[in-house]
Design a protein around this ligand. Structure first.
Ligand code: ZN
Length: 70
């Protein structure tokens, strides 16, 4: 996949955290999946020993990351 910002080739990898990755309108602590929060969860289901993880494409030329969320 080519970067939609600069056109360089993007590299696939993983974005990982011990706690849920989330987009939120304001700065708040994020919680594990299943807890109530007003944001949008960005990472897949928790996996033992790996935490929360989702695939992401990175553009090292212009420092962008693109992910899909469910
Ligand atoms: Zn780029």
């Amino acid at each position: 996949m080519n970067c939609p910002y600069c056109g360089a080739e993007m590299q696939e990898g993983f974005i990982q955290s011990k706690t849920q990755l989330a987009w939120q309108e304001s700065e708040k602590l994020t919680y594990q999946a299943g807890d109530l929060f007003s944001g949008i969860g960005l990472s897949e289901v928790w996996k033992p020993l790996k935490g929360f993880i989702t695939k992401g494409m990175i553009c090292k030329a212009c420092r962008k990351v693109i992910i899909d969320y469910k």
